[in-house]
Design a protein around this ligand. Sequence first.
Ligand SMILES: Cc1ncc(COP(=O)(O)O)c(C=O)c1O
Length: 382
Amino acid sequence: MNWDVPLFDLNFDAAEEAAALAVIRSGWLTQGETVAEFERAFAERIGSRFACAVSSGTAGIHLAAHALGLGPGDEAILPSLTFVATANTVVQTGATPVFADVESFDRPLLDATDVERKITARTRAIVAVHYAGHPCDMAALGELARRRHFHLIEDCAHAPLAEWDGRKAGTFGAAGVFSFFSNKNLSTGEGGMIVTGDAALAERLRLLRSHGMTHQTLDRHQGHAFDYDVVEPGFNYRFDEIRAAIGLVQLGKLEGNNARRAECAARYRALLRDVEWIRIPFQAESAGRGVHHIFPVVLADGAPPRERLMLSLRERGIQTSIHYRPVHDFSCYRRRYPTDDESLPVTSALAPRLLTLPLYPALTAAQQGRVAEALRACVRSS
Ligand SMILES: Cc1ncc(COP(=O)(O)O)c(C=O)c1O
């Protein structure tokens, strides 16, 4: 469809084109010096000691959880209000996902109090998701993980440069995992990054990212090694030079893009202030500074049915989405890991009311005005 206001739009220009072309012309495409440079630059920007680039955010969460030793018989506690990858990756380690609720309609982020309620003798990890780019309460979750000796993994897919109490998301837990999927704040098409402050974990992540091999193709190409050993069965979760080159350009734009997203979010809040059937989360003061990956609103009482709103906006060329149908509600999760809706009261009440409006750095005031007008028109016509 040719949207007048798409849900998301890339901020790519001649700089990304030139970076990709330079790699193509260099003749070396797979993981090499550019990946290493991107890792160094990303780690520095996040304020983490180590970064390990991987083929996707999903690969990153799986690799981190596997490298931390999560496996059969273990439980990991995570929110149900997340993209399914957060839970699928726990399942792929052989561990059992246990869903915890979010705090409130106004802060739909993993609730440390409910996490504590869901702890059992088998709990080994907490996966915190900085939903929509807004950081969870990392003081509470960090303290809980330390006290109970749980691994804390941060799913930072939405949250590059988000902060809690002045410290970047991704640096609180054993590992923080970012996604560079096309619609993310930093896009390379597909890709991800794991950050950690733990040298031994970083070493293990690097090894397992590439089959558990002690030397890589680049080492052999450079004449540094003729042979390799495999010390543990690993994966092929490598990143590549073309995407690393694009990632470096995107990293340079990240702060500016995040600032423009914040301006757009502020404009939506002003435009929709008087619409009493729309409630906008993440407005209360907290120690968090979000990076506005997406702009979910809550359809309060008196709102038109969500599907009618989405259809009506579509007729006006405006794309909307839903983030997310809760993971525990998907058929395979209902079958394999049955979770009562009543055990997740906020998530269950909130999810059917969520609607995501378009948000990206180049979104114009005029486009946002059309979105607000289309929302109002839907009520007038009902
Ligand atoms: C919250 C969350 N976690 C994990 C992922 C997985 O990232 P990727 O698409 O790079 O595998 C995503 C991607 O959309 C996400 O939104």
